[in-house]
Design a protein around this ligand. Structure first.
Ligand code: FAD
Ligand code: NAD
Length: 405
């Protein structure tokens, strides 16, 4: 008798948790499990701001998929997903095709550029290992080149960060710690460097606790970061950005580096495959399946679930992606075993911690506000916990963060 084939797309937080839970729960005679990922490694998306600023080497941020899966139970396919053919139940890869009986889509997010001119061409993103490596190298190149040129161009040393959401602020935390090191390394006067954060909303970290926001802004300003609040980026050019100030005023800011950290959307494969989506995110049923497709689960940043208390979507987070992975795995096991009752996904939000660099952070954990060393300690505990959930104590020892106060 043919056994069902479970295919998981993406070895990020959601996909990898689904895979490692399924490998424990499903017998080899019960189902075939295939994990598809673009690279042979997993990267911690939540650490990419560190690799991008150059405060943590990108190899610290990633590990081999092989090191956490059991190859006797899971077939790993290194491939790039192009499209899902729902009717023929197959996944089109750049390198071929994979058929499925049950599919889990966990391909993560892509930057949301809102159609703003020049962003795709001239701005850097904080999206994956390649983008992180490129951004770190580019910033270093600007510093290395500054003293090399006869006619010094100070704008080389201006870095604009678009968006003061969690990604923008965490990147600024790392960058503002890295700049003094770069100045020393390349004999650059610290006063020549400008780091400008441009945020369209009237506040940094819109919606977050105002007291913690003030703490973050004061900390980053002390390290030299300038904030332009209530200012939207309208265009990115090879020379910098154009922003809207007030009603009709446009202002050019010349910068050697522009980083776009102003939001994400679900992976483009979602829309390309014809799923009904809002900004690339599919509103899934409580059991995490796609309405009308009982064989397809969508989790993580490609999924959309509503917080009924405020009637708005939950923000896409690793916390939710991992919790969804656990539920998706249990529901697939039920399907494989012929059970009809599905578990509903209920997010268990433990809190949010936003890093401000190596030893500082802000956060709310189980309703309690934290700042400074305590918040930073908590952030490392969260980072290590994610490793533990996938690869146990061994992975924590290999990749974990232990430089606590
Ligand atoms: P991901 O973990 O991003 O994984 C997607 C996987 O799919 C990757 O392995 C990728 O290589 C693979 N893939 C992509 N395209 C293809 C393709 N075409 N074919 C095959 N494979 C492909 N959330 C928190 O809860 N806490 C935090 O502290 C936090 N910090 C963050 C910091 C930063 C800098 C960023 C950018 C995000 C942060 N987030 C945080 C959000 C969090 O990272 C995401 O919500 C989470 O990664 C989503 O998990 P996922 O499984 O959907 O996608
Ligand atoms: P976001 O959507 O949370 O923030 C983007 C910010 O960019 C917003 O403040 C928005 O007002 C601003 N913006 C949008 N368009 C702009 C424009 N044209 N000019 C200037 N500013 C503009 O996106 P994010 O920070 O990338 O976060 C993505 C997801 O990842 C969120 O769900 C977030 O919660 C999660 N995340 C969590 C953490 C954490 O928990 N520590 C860290 C990073 C990301």
């Amino acid at each position: 008798m043919r056994i069902p084939k479970i295919v998981i797309l993406g070895a990020g937080y959601g996909g990898l948790i689904t895979a490692v839970r399924l490998q424990k729960m499903v017998g080899v005679n019960e189902a075939e499990i295939v994990l598809v990922n673009k690279n042979d490694y997993h990267y911690e998306t939540t650490w990419l701001h560190e690799a991008s600023a150059g405060t943590l080497h990108h190899d610290r941020v990633r590990y081999d998929v092989d090191s956490v899966i059991d190859r006797h139970k899971i077939e790993f396919v290194q491939g790039t997903v192009v499209e899902v053919n729902k009717e023929e139940k197959k996944v089109i890869l750049e390198q071929g095709e994979v058929t499925y009986d049950y599919l889990v889509i966990a391909l993560g997010a892509e930057p949301e550029t809102f159609g703003i001119k020049g962003l795709k061409e001239f701005a850097f993103g904080i999206t994956n290992i390649n983008s992180a490596r490129q951004l770190r190298e580019h910033i270093e190149y600007q510093f290395a080149t500054y003293n090399f040129e006869e006619e010094k161009k100070d704008e080389r040393l201006t870095i604009v960060v678009g968006g003061a959401g969690f990604t923008g602020i965490e990147f600024l935390g790392e960058l503002s710690n890295r700049i003094p090191e770069l100045c020393k390394e390349y004999d650059v006067d610290f006063n020549k460097v400008r780091v400008i954060c441009v945020e369209a909303a009237p506040t940094v970290l819109p919606g977050f606790d105002p007291e913690l926001v003030n703490y973050a802004v004061a900390t980053l300003e002390r390290r030299g970061v300038e904030f332009m609040i209530g200012t939207a980026i309208k265009e990115c050019t090879p020379e910098g950005i154009i922003v809207a100030k007030g009603e009709n005023e446009l202002l050019e800011i010349k910068a050697g580096t522009v980083v776009w950290a102003a939001g994400v959307r679900g992976h483009s494969v979602i829309e390309k495959s014809g799923f009904e989506a809002m900004r690339g995110r599919v509103k899934v049923q409580p059991d995490l399946r796609v309405p009308g497709f009982n064989d397809i689960f969508i989790i993580g940043d490609c999924s959309l679930i509503i917080n009924e208390e405020i009637n708005r979507p939950y923000p896409p987070t690793a916390q939710i992606a991992m919790q969804q992975g656990e539920v998706a795995a249990r529901n697939i096991v039920a399907l494989v075993r012929g059970k009809e009752e599905m578990e509903s996904f209920v997010p268990d939000i433990k809190g949010t911690v936003c890093s401000l660099g190596e030893d500082d952070a802000i956060g709310v954990v189980y309703g309690k506000k934290l700042t400074g060393g305590k918040a930073s300690f908590m952030k490392k505990v969260i980072d290590n916990r994610a490793l533990f959930m996938v690869g146990g104590a061994g992975l924590v020892l290999k990749k974990g963060k232990f430089n606590v106060l």
